[in-house]
Design a protein around this ligand. Structure first.
Ligand SMILES: [Fe+2]
Length: 257
């Protein structure tokens, strides 16, 4: 008779283990991926057009309909420009067509927040993922001193920042309030799918789980660079993690419209 008084809440792990393992799952519920490195030879992603085609085929097989690929613009390592990315997009589209890949392919950029980017915001139109939304990242190790002013400047210039993989910034792991603050400042947050698998380590996985539980993510992305990523993303389709993701209100599908 006392059992109802002593019935304890299930832990997150127990709740997770109760989820069904999916059958015939794919990523068509997302429709679009908005973070990847498919343009060949311009960053640390695909090196050749053959690499790009392998990755694009993998995306198509996993059920994606649209990819918005986002080469790095990081002045010290990948000094890419609008023109370079736009030209790269044409190369990708042509190769995809010749190889019967039916994905809709677009391109934006993953802008690295530093002094160069701070100036670029006012200098030329930025490449957007969707309408006024711009994908940005910063150092994994430390928070750049100009972070808040750059985010503010982006917004006064009419852009909405999407912060790439917030769970990967070591400097934020013990400062959960900072994620709240970023949301309050109008940033959208993008989960890297592989963060939830432990691919980038335990701290990243725990932070990603916490952000997901609290419903703080807006988008999810593959951040795919190479075949190893493609395999690891594909493996998610056979795990309970998929069931968790399919029920989360990501905004990705609006990118297919
Ligand atoms: Fe990336």
């Amino acid at each position: 008779m006392f059992s109802r008084f002593f019935k304890r809440e299930k832990s997150e792990k127990e709740k997770y283990n109760d989820l069904p393992i999916p059958e015939d799952a794919d990523f068509s519920f997302l429709g679009a991926d908005m973070h990847s490195h498919f343009v060949p030879g311009i960053d640390d992603g695909a090196k050749t057009i053959e690499d790009s085609l392998v990755l694009l085929r993998a995306m198509e097989q996993m059920g994606y309909k649209t990819v918005i690929t986002t080469p790095h613009i990081m002045i010290d390592f990948y000094p890419n420009t609008r023109e370079k990315i736009t030209n790269g997009l044409e190369i990708l589209r042509t190769a995809a067509k010749e190889n019967d890949i039916k994905l809709t392919i677009n391109a934006a950029a993953e802008y690295y927040i530093d002094e160069y980017f701070a100036e670029l915001v006012n200098k030329e139109p930025l490449l957007t993922v969707h309408k006024n939304e711009v994908l940005v990242e910063f150092s994994m190790m430390y928070e750049p001193p100009m972070l808040n002013s750059v985010l503010f400047n982006m917004q006064t210039s009419g852009y909405r920042p999407i912060l790439a993989h917030p769970e990967r910034y070591t400097s934020l792991h013990n400062n959960f309030d900072k994620f709240m603050e970023l949301k309050d400042r109008g940033c959208l947050l993008q989960l890297n799918l592989l963060s939830l698998t432990g691919y980038y380590g335990g701290n990243v996985m725990n932070t990603a789980n916490k952000l997901l539980e609290k419903g703080m993510y807006d988008y999810c992305g593959t951040d795919m660079h190479h075949e190893k990523h493609a395999e690891a993303v594909k493996n998610i389709l056979q795990t309970r993690l998929y069931t968790l993701l399919v029920n989360y209100p990501f905004l990705n599908s609006k990118l297919c419209l």
